[in-house]
Design a protein around this ligand. Structure first.
Ligand SMILES: Cc1ncc(COP(=O)(O)O)c(C=O)c1O
Length: 95
C-alpha cells in the first residue's frame, strides 16, 4: 500500500482512471486482509480511524442483535458515547 501514501492519491470512490486504480488496490487489500482472518472480503470494512471503527462495531452489533452495550467509565469517548447513544439499545457503564 506504500505507493498509495506517497505517489498515488486517487479517490477509490471516484469514477475516473485514477480512482479505478485506487479501487483495485483497495479491493486487493480487502481480499488479503480477509484471507488472513479467514473471512470473506465483503466482511472486511476499512474505516478512517478508531472512532469510526468503534462506533461501527458497537452500534452495528447492538442494532443487529439488540444486545446491550457495556463499557467502562475509563473508555475513550468513541466507545462510551456510542455505547450510551439514545436509541433502541441500552448500556451499562461501570465506574
Ligand atoms: C478506542 C479508540 N478510540 C478513538 C481513538 C482515536 O483515534 P481516531 O483519531 O483514529 O478516531 C483511539 C486511538 O488510539 C482509540 O484507541
Amino acid at each position: 500500500m506504500l505507493p498509495y501514501f506517497t505517489q498515488k492519491f486517487g479517490n477509490a470512490a471516484s469514477l475516473h482512471a485514477v480512482g479505478d486504480t485506487a479501487t483495485a488496490a483497495l479491493e486487493e487489500a480487502r481480499a488479503r486482509v480477509a484471507a488472513f482472518f479467514g473471512a470473506k472480503p465483503g466482511e472486511i470494512v476499512f474505516t478512517g480511524g478508531a472512532t469510526e471503527a468503534s462506533n461501527l462495531g458497537i452500534v452495528g452489533y447492538a442494532l443487529r442483535t439488540g444486545a446491550r452495550a457495556t463499557t467502562s467509565s475509563s473508555a475513550r469517548p468513541s466507545t462510551s458515547r456510542s455505547s450510551t447513544s439514545p436509541s433502541t439499545w441500552s448500556a451499562t457503564v461501570f465506574a
